[in-house]
Write a new protein. Sequence first.
Length: 177
Amino acid sequence: MAEAPTDEFFVALYDELHRLADRQLRRLGSDLSIGTTTLLHEAYLNMSERNQRGVPDRSLFLGYAARTMRNIVIDHFRRGAAQKRGNGEFEITLSESLAPPPGRTKAATELESLSGALDELAELEPTLAQLVDLHFFCGYTFGEIAGFRGVSERTVQRDWRKARLLLQHALLDSPND
């Protein structure tokens, strides 16, 4: 039986995907208690469950992998915050403080907002959302992305400016938690 494209890309790009997972976790700092290899393997399981046969090239696969890892990290933040808050049980206090719920870090809130804005962008302009995943989450340079796409670096820079503007607009319009 032939391997699915996800399996083939995963095996061929394992080292690069491992570096990608490591970059994502380093960017988040110590707020997250998940290892690089665990994140990478959870992403693989998630991607293989979806049986992605429509991932035709390396850049699309890396963008898809970055998006999958981003979603896993956000889910991990949510589960950790839920456990710190008692898994849905109520805590009654006499304080009228409006502080964020325990376990809810600023990084988690910002990452969740950015992820929502990126999902909206992916519906409007999928190539721009992929660019953000490749540059911001994967850490690829504009030159590398231009090479993936077969366009000039200037085109990628122009797309990056457009993506940033659309994301800023989406983040400003989104209601705060």
